[in-house]
Design a protein around this ligand. Structure first.
Ligand code: NAD
Length: 373
């Protein structure tokens, strides 16, 4: 079975879908692995390392796409490359399937079996394949590092002969995978951390990290069976905004990670709240690229509003591309290994399996995924 790994096309994308460590493991399973020359350049893996792990390094991308039985990549494929893929082959990547109708049509036309990494179910068995979580974890870490770098203050308390400096106040909104890692990172750096999430079970988690949970009575809130937040009503959002106002005003750093799966993220930090913050304070809007939790954040940029720095860079795990590649690659390997027939030395597409039912989007010219249908 030929597994092909093309180079990522997006400018500035430094992550690689597969690292040499997992090439070796796939070769041990009996796969033939071809990678496009330079695939690991952005994350510090040379062609020689891929070769030493057992891959063939190829220069002709078209050939790689046309002959691979399985293509592994990170970002969704460009529509113009779908026609180049081998009919009936498997394509694994992020796909953004709720928003990419045209892409799905093209995948169907080309009879590609597409697997969406966003749609890996959130079950214990699938955790090791969950790329949203692995990348969100790193994202949470990096939001704090970026904030610390931009803040004209230090995060920890310092008692010195030159005086005592109080710890910085960090407020984290949204305590999922990224938010928890942001809290842990800010705590490790010595900040005083407060956090809020609409899912009540987060309170315990926040406290277990030695941080304060901001209590806000929003009435009925909840979560789906997959652990995602249920969308708030406009009235509940307004209550939340008012209740967070004071906390935001006294925070040196605000990190927003609030998301509602398949929906636009809620706007939780408004211009009037930003105006109340001390000049030099920093807001990191982790949702900037998908609509934003913060009024005035700009996707892909760092801007200043009323003296407050708002970081909206996005693609957060790309800041630590080596570890991000290692983790994503591990997610992909775990997915392939789970469905690998060790005798026949091939990936078995068992569409009755709960994991594949959740993440296979198109197959045999049709949309087979129940949620996307
Ligand atoms: P996410 O990225 O969808 O959202 C981030 C956070 O924003 C969530 O905690 C959500 O509750 C919160 N949020 C939404 N609206 C908000 C608002 N108005 N104000 C404040 N916060 C708001 O979520 P996620 O990080 O992917 O994870 C959510 C949960 O699912 C976590 O408890 C996580 O541990 C769990 N999870 C389980 C698995 C698994 O079992 N395999 C995998 C991944 C995540």
């Amino acid at each position: 079975m030929l597994i092909g790994v093309p180079k990522e096309l997006q400018a500035g994308e430094n992550r690689a879908p597969l690292v040499p460590f997992h090439v070796k493991k796939l070769v041990q399973l009996g796969a033939e692995v071809h990678v496009e020359s330079g695939v690991g350049a952005g994350s510090g893996f040379s062609d020689e390392e891929y070769e030493a792990a057992g891959a063939s390094v190829v220069v002709f991308r078209d050939n790689l796409l046309a002959h691979s039985d399985i293509i592994l990549r990170l970002r969704k494929p460009p529509i113009y490359e779908i026609g180049d893929l081998k009919p009936g082959s498997i394509h694994v990547s992020y796909l953004d399937p709720f928003n990419e109708n045209e892409l799905l049509e093209e995948l169907k036309r080309a009879t590609i079996t597409s697997i969406s990494m966003e749609m890996i179910p959130r079950t214990t068995r699938a955790q090791k394949m969950d790329a949203l979580s692995s990348q969100a974890n790193l994202a949470g870490y990096i939001t704090v590092i970026l904030a610390a770098e931009k803040l004209p203050r230090i995060l920890p308390m310092m008692m010195t002969p030159a005086g005592t400096i109080k710890p910085a106040n960090v407020f984290v909104i949204g305590v999922g995978v990224a938010g928890l890692q942001a809290i842990a990172t800010a705590k490790r750096l010595g900040a005083k951390v407060t956090a809020f999430d609409t899912r009540s079970e987060c309170a315990e988690q926040v406290k277990s990290l030695g941080s304060k949970f901001l209590e806000i009575d929003l009435g009925t809130t909840g979560q789906t069976k997959d652990g995602y937040a249920v969308e708030l009503s406009p009235e509940q959002i307004e209550i939340q905004r008012q209740a967070q106002k004071d906390q935001i005003a006294k925070s040196d750093v605000v990190i927003t990670t609030a998301q509602v799966f398949g929906r636009k993220p809620p706007v939780l930090v408004t211009r009037d709240m930003i105006a109340e913050m001390q000049p030099g304070s920093v807001i990191v809007d982790m949702a900037a690229e998908t609509g934003g939790n913060v009024e005035g954040s700009v996707p892909g940029e760092t801007v200043e509003v009323d003296g407050v720095t708002i970081v909206g860079d996005g693609n957060w795990s790309n800041f630590v591309a080596r570890d991000a590649s290692q983790m994503y690659s591990s997610n992909l390997f775990n997915l392939l290994e789970e469905f690998w027939d060790k005798e026949k030395k091939e990936f078995v597409l068992n569409l009755e399996d709960e994991i594949l039912k959740g993440c296979v989007i198109t197959h045999d010219g049709k949309t087979v995924n129940e949620r996307i249908k």
